[in-house]
Design a protein around this ligand. Structure first.
Ligand SMILES: Nc1ncnc2c1ncn2[C@@H]1O[C@H](COP(=O)(O)OP(=O)(O)O)[C@@H](O)[C@H]1O
Ligand SMILES: [Mg+2]
Length: 313
């Protein structure tokens, strides 16, 4: 497999004031045809990474190539190879949906006839034909996002960048967009997707890089990342009383790998073993156990283990 995106030692410092080191040496390789998730909390450096790859942000140091093209050396050539859906709605509000698609094609050098045909093809493909004459302001968030994705691939780029594509969308629109993104994979388009939703990264990505404070902490398939937690079960204990000594007691229960303080109680990582739950409950009862939530490790669990904090706080 060959790389579609290669990022090496990428550093970005915004001048400020105050100066901000948004990226502190990021290395990433995204393979051709892959859907790659960049997962991290707000301020982690996701948009800055995408910004460098899409020529919107100049790196302070390091290097990025997309489809073998250096992003700093040849921005115009690069832009023909990439599609971008930014974190915000960037549709032209003075133009209809169809015109947004049409003029994008014209901008990328297609003739009037080619652009019209491509716009109509995209409207049909994205089930937007009946909204062709709508203005962007008349669209729901989900529909507007669909138009942005259609526009982003109108010039048939090899690589598509989606920055927080479902942030702020209702659940139904999120699911519809997830289907669209899976369709990109089927068409062989490489996708770099940023998100702070662990379920989105998990569901869509062939591989995920977890980023925090401008650094990539881990990069692997979602399954491998969750295996790395080293537990099959996560128990979240909520306590009304204090947790003094409880973590130590819990850690001695067979199967328990780790017991750490968490919001309002204790988080227990364990191998799923017979009798585990009753023993944990028995140990926690004297501490005013109010609730137990049982789950499997998620990418959020991975993030918590790596950073000691939740993805969203
Ligand atoms: N144009 C800018 N000027 C100054 N600081 C910025 C700018 N853009 C982003 N930052 C800062 O850089 C860091 C990373 O931001 P960003 O890449 O937007 O993260 P994310 O997309 O993961 O939320 C944050 O601390 C943010 O405040
Ligand atoms: Mg962002």
């Amino acid at each position: 497999m060959t790389a579609a995106i290669r990022i090496e030692g990428l550093v970005k410092e915004y001048a400020g004031p105050p100066p901000v080191r948004a990226l502190g040496g990021v290395d990433l390789e995204v393979m051709k045809g892959e859907v790659f998730g960049l997962l991290g909390p707000n301020g982690a450096g996701k948009t800055t990474t995408v910004g460098v790859c899409t020529t919107r942000v100049l790196p302070t140091a390091g290097r990025a190539t997309v489809e073998g093209i250096d992003v700093v050396a040849d921005p115009p050539r690069l832009r023909r190879s990439i599609g971008v859906v930014s974190q915000y709605n960037t549709l032209d509000r003075a133009c209809t949906v169809r015109e947004n698609l049409y003029y994008h094609c014209r901008y990328f050098g297609m003739t009037g006839a080619e652009s019209a045909a491509r716009a109509d093809e995209l409207l049909a493909q994205f089930q937007l034909t009946d909204r062709a004459r709508s203005l962007p302001t008349q669209l729901s968030g989900g529909l507007a996002q669909r138009v942005q994705v259609a526009r982003a691939i109108a010039h048939r780029p090899a690589v598509l960048f989606l920055d927080e594509p479902t942030a702020g969308l209702d659940p139904q629109s999120r699911l519809a967009l997830w289907d669209l993104i899976e369709g990109m994979r089927d068409r062989g388009i490489t996708v770099l997707l940023t998100t702070h939703y662990m379920d989105e990264a998990d569901r869509l990505s062939d591989r995920v890089a977890i980023i925090d404070a401008g650094r990539v902490l881990v990069c692997d398939t979602p399954a491998a990342l969750k295996r790395q937690v080293g537990a099959e079960t996560v128990l979240e204990l909520k306590l009304a009383g204090n947790a003094d000594g409880l973590a130590e007691t819990l850690a001695r229960i067979p199967g328990v790998r780790e017991a750490v303080p968490a919001e309002g109680g204790i988080r227990v990582m364990a191998a799923s073993g017979e009798g585990l739950l009753p023993r944990v409950v028995e140990a926690a009862a004297p501490h005013g156990l109010r609730d137990v939530a049982v789950s499997e490790p998620t990418l959020e669990t991975v993030f918590i283990q790596l950073t000691g904090k939740a993805l969203r706080d």
